[in-house]
Design a protein around this ligand. Structure first.
Ligand code: UDP
Ligand code: MG
Length: 318
């Protein structure tokens, strides 16, 4: 098997037929001697997506699918796909045609030139709200600044990776997945191609602000201790200021005896200190929550049904 294409699906009934046609349109002419396969992961869709995939699977034996028991999220869906790929190279692509399938042959050709990862970097993005673009831009810049591994900016999970990288990813058991960060962490020779990101072909985004927030926090907490350090440093700074003010208060009380019975300063310092403490506790809480998830060691996902042979399906799932 030369190439496996992983496609996470969450309510994509409007896009699946067109996606399948376009993928075949670019993969068939590649004339891969070992062949290719599609791996659809139905992430708890509430529409006709599963039925569409199953129909494709009866007509085309290269179509394999995993049906989750509920919505586990995009990153987990991709992880499940990685768990059962057989290809020497693996492509990850969104189902909504925002990532052009026509780029896959180029990504694949570049991989064969001697890279282990070729990711697709967004030169521009169309049809997305200004708020989404701005938050995405800020997030990628922030992440680049506070992590010590270089996670490429303006890049999603659309990429082609080699078997080596898939095996390395499968050895990373963390529960809060941020796959693009994990791939950067793995290393090897990586490069990128640029493309213009299209509008969503049909349907609506499955990434609510809540899911984006979770992805952003997962990415930051998995690859950076910076927020924890900020909590510590601001704690020291605030204590330093408080200590100086305390000295000054004692000085004016006992030496110059020039003081006001001031409740204003009291209130301000109590409120300020309380705020800083709450922020610090909150940040620590974010990390502890993730620690806790890892300690529980639950399987990442539960498979409801699949047309994959049992040996190839994921460890610990189902
Ligand atoms: N997706 C998923 N589970 C989810 C949300 C999204 O598998 O909970 C899939 C979705 O079907 C698509 C890809 O992840 O193939 C990217 O999602 P989407 O296009 O909604 O995100 P956006 O492009 O708006 O960031
Ligand atoms: Mg999309």
């Amino acid at each position: 098997m030369d190439l496996s294409v992983i496609i996470p699906i969450y309510n994509e009934e409007e896009n699946i037929p067109a996606l399948y046609e376009r993928l075949r349109g670019v993969l068939d002419p590649m004339q891969l001697p070992g062949g290719y396969e599609f791996i659809f992961i139905n992430d708890g869709s509430r529409d006709q997506s599963l039925a569409l995939i199953q129909t494709l699977a009866t007509r085309d034996e290269r179509v394999r699918y995993i049906n989750f028991s509920r919505n586990f999220g995009h990153q987990i869906a991709v992880t499940a796909g990685l768990d059962c790929t057989r290809g020497e190279a693996v492509a990850i692509i969104d189902a909504d045609l925002q990532d052009p399938p026509e780029l896959i042959p180029q990504l694949y050709a570049t991989l064969r030139e001697g890279y282990e990862v070729v990711y697709a970097k967004r030169r521009s993005r169309q049809g997305e709200s200004a708020a989404k673009k701005l938050t995405a831009k800020l997030f990628y810049r922030l992440l680049a600044n506070i992590t010590h591994i270089s996670i490429p900016v303006d890049t999603g999970d659309f990429r082609v990776i080699s078997r080596k990288v898939v095996e390395a990813l499968r050895r990373m058991p963390e529960q809060s997945k941020f796959i693009r960060g994990q791939i950067s962490w793995i290393g090897y020779r990586q490069t990128y191609l640029e493309y213009d990101r299209a509008e969503r072909a049909g349907g609506e985004t499955g990434y609510t602000y809540r899911k984006m927030m979770k992805l952003a926090l997962d990415g930051i907490t998995a690859f950076s201790d910076f927020p924890l350090k900020v909590a510590t440093i601001s704690g020291f700074l605030v204590s330093g200021v408080a200590f100086t003010v305390m000295l000054y208060t004692l000085y004016s009380r006992f030496v110059t005896r020039d003081y006001e019975p001031g409740w204003a300063s009291l209130m301000i310092s109590i409120l300020f200190l309380g705020g800083v403490q709450l922020i610090a506790v909150g940040i620590i809480g974010e990390y502890i929550a993730r620690l806790n998830a890892n300690v529980r060691q639950r399987p990442l996902y539960i498979v409801s049904d699949t047309n994959l042979p049992p040996a190839a399906s994921a460890p610990g799932a189902g």
